[in-house]
Ligand binder design. Structure first.
Ligand SMILES: NC(=O)c1ccc[n+]([C@@H]2O[C@H](COP(=O)([O-])OP(=O)(O)OC[C@H]3O[C@@H](n4cnc5c(N)ncnc54)[C@H](OP(=O)(O)O)[C@@H]3O)[C@@H](O)[C@H]2O)c1
Length: 275
């Protein structure tokens, strides 16, 4: 008899499901028999992903939810659970970039980035976790980044948010391990989504020609594999894993290689955009 799909008949809430990785996650979960709650802010994109998950094996729904708003999060989680049942799997995927030198970060803007990338994940988790703990079942999946494992130029603010997300995930895992709840944190490398344009770095691809980008579909597959395997952390490409290992074992050597290989990123190409 074939083993059942681990996502079959599960209620899966995805944040940032209107674009990129989140949208691919929602599609794949729906195809694999989960009842998907796709959330985000953009009403048109939300309607589109809503049509996709509604027509799935187990009809899902799309709900407007800004992860920086307590009232939005409480309302969306309550509506999701009333319509589809308790959330089994939470994918904290909503995130925004911030490209600036570490010494010139605007603290107000950095606060807004933190509010999405770190507090947003904590906020939504706090809304679903009491129910999960009562049922002694559930999985929290946090989409961090390789920028949460080592520093990158002009990404200090974003790195800070993703290092913090990984640190919080690591602590949370220990806090809930006795409650039957799993925590998985995933670290994709650069992914071909609107992420860079939205963060005001429209020339990312030109500046990093030759450096491979993953497709959002492959990242979504990697995330679901990591969750199915009960992994605590997954760095999602062999190249990123090798670089991370090098950064731990021989950080000086990696710095040297990067200094030799990398041309400086042209500063004029950044636009200031609201997260
Ligand atoms: N692309 C990369 O190279 C890369 C690499 C590593 C990790 N990541 C991480 O992967 C995750 C997904 O990124 P992506 O590449 O798929 O980017 P994307 O295509 O720009 O999607 C980002 C998603 O986050 C949502 N979002 C932003 N602010 C939000 C808020 N306040 N409330 C709710 N949703 C919000 C957006 O939805 P709305 O605009 O509809 O709200 C959108 O659905 C992020 O956490 C990112 O940091 C990306």
């Amino acid at each position: 008899m074939p083993t059942p799909d681990p996502f079959e008949a599960k209620v899966a809430l995805v944040t940032g499901a209107t674009s990129g990785i989140g949208r691919e996650l929602a599609r794949r979960l729906a195809r694999r028999g989960a009842a998907v709650v796709a959330t985000g802010r953009d009403p048109e994109a939300l309607a589109a992903v809503g049509r996709e998950v509604a027509g799935a094996v187990r009809p899902g729904i799309a709900l407007a939810m800004d992860v920086t708003r307590d009232d939005d999060v409480a309302r969306a989680v309550a509506e999701a659970e009333a319509r589809l049942g308790p959330v089994d799997l939470l994918f904290n995927n909503a995130g925004v970039g911030y490209f600036r030198d570490g010494w010139e970060l605007d603290l107000e803007r950095l606060g807004r980035v933190m509010d999405v990338n770190l507090y947003g994940a904590i906020r939504v988790t706090q809304a679903v976790l009491p129910g999960m703990r009562q049922r002694r079942r559930g999985t929290i999946v946090n989409v961090a980044s390789v920028a949460g494992k080592r520093g990158y130029p002009r990404l200090a603010g974003y790195c800070a948010s993703k290092y913090a997300l990984i640190g919080w995930s690591d602590g949370l895992r220990r806090d809930v391990e006795g409650d039957g709840i799993g925590v998985t944190v995933v670290c994709p490398p650069a992914v071909d989504t609107p992420f860079f344009d939205r963060a005001g770095y429209g020339t990312y691809r030109q500046d990093h020609a030759g450096i491979p980008m993953m497709s959002p579909g492959d990242v979504a597959d990697g995330i679901l594999d990591a969750v199915a395997a009960g992994r605590r952390e997954a760095i999602l490409s062999p190249r990123a894993r090798a670089l991370y290992l090098l950064s731990v074992l021989a950080p000086g050597a990696l710095d040297l290689i990067q200094r030799r290989l990398k041309k400086p990123i042209p500063r004029a190409e950044f636009r200031d955009v609201e997260p």
